[in-house]
Design a binder for this molecule. Sequence first.
Ligand code: ADE
Ligand code: ZN
Length: 340
Amino acid sequence: MDLTAFTAALPKVELHLHLEGTLEPDLKLELARRNGVDIGQRTVEEVRATYVFDSLASFLAVYYPAMDVLVTRADFRDLAMAYFRKAASQNVRHAEVFFDPQVHVARGVAFEDVVLGYHDAVLDARRELGLSAGLIMCFVRDLPVESAEAVLEQALGFRGQIVGVGLDSDERGNPPAKFAHLFARAREAGFKLTAHCDIDQENTTEHIRQALEDIGVDRIDHGTNVVEDPRLLALLTERGTGLTCCPISNSFVTDDSRAGVIADLLRRGVKVTVSSDDPAYFGGYVTENLVHLTRGADLAPDELIQLQRNAIEISWAPEEVKEDFLAELDAYEALVAPDL
Ligand code: ADE
Ligand code: ZN
C-alpha cells in the first residue's frame, strides 16, 4: 500500500475548518440563484477564477463578500452538509467546525438561523453519515468588540448546539488580549476555548503568550511560531495544548507550508494535528493536507497515525466518540501494518 492510499483510508479527525471556507464554486452559484444574489459570475470556472490569493488579506477580501449568498437556515444547512459529505468521503469521523456569525448578523440574517441551520446539518451528518461534529463560534477579531459581545450573548441560549468559542480573521492589531473578557465569560458558560495565532503574524509570540497565559485556551489554531520561544514551547508541551496546523493554507498565506516545523513539533511530543482551514479556497481537504505535509517533511505511517491520536485527544468529542475512534484507528493500524 502506498502512502497516499494509506492516508486516504486512514480514519481522521478535523479540528480547524471554517464552514464558510467550504463554499465550493458550484454551491456558491446555486445559492446565488436560489436567493437572487448577483455575484457577478455565471459559471463554475468564472467563480473559481476569483479564488486566487497570495496573502491572508487577499483571501479575506474574497471570503467575506462570498457569504452574501447564504441567507436562509436551509442555506447554512446545505453548506455544512456538503462539507460533511466531503469529509465523510475522506474518512473523517469527527469534525469541529468554525463559523463566523457576526458577519451574517451584520447582513441581517438571524443568529438562530445560522446556528440552527448548521446544527441541522450536524444532526443529519450523524444520522446519515455516522460523522460526529461540533460547532465552534468564532469572534471575528477585526470587527468591533461590541459585535463579538452581542453574538456571545446570543450563543448563551445555544449551549446545546455550540461546543466552543474561537477567534479568527485579521490578527494584525487585534491580539487575543482584546477578547480576554469575552473568553472568560465563554469559559464560565461552559464553552471550550481556542484562538488563531497566525503564522509569522506581527507580535506572534506575545499573542501566543496571551492565548496560553492570559486566556488559558484549550487549543491554538496554527501557532507554530511557538518554537521561537522556549519557555512558551515548554508550557504548551507540559499542558498538552494542541496546535491545529493547516499546511496548504500556510503555503497560500506565507511562502511555506511549515511542514518541517510541524513534523519537528510532532516528534517532540507536541499535540499537533493537521486540518484544512478553508478547503474550497485553498484547494485541499484533510487528505490533501496530510499528503502535502508528508511530501514536505517525509512523515512515516506511524506519524500519520499519531497525528490522528493527537487530534482525537485534544478534540472536544464525547468520550464514546473518542473511544470508538481510537478502536477504529488501532484496528486500521493492525490491518495495514504488514503492508507498510
Ligand atoms: N477565517 C476564515 N479563514 C481564515 C483564515 N485562514 N485565517 C484567519 N481567519 C480566517
Ligand atoms: Zn483558520
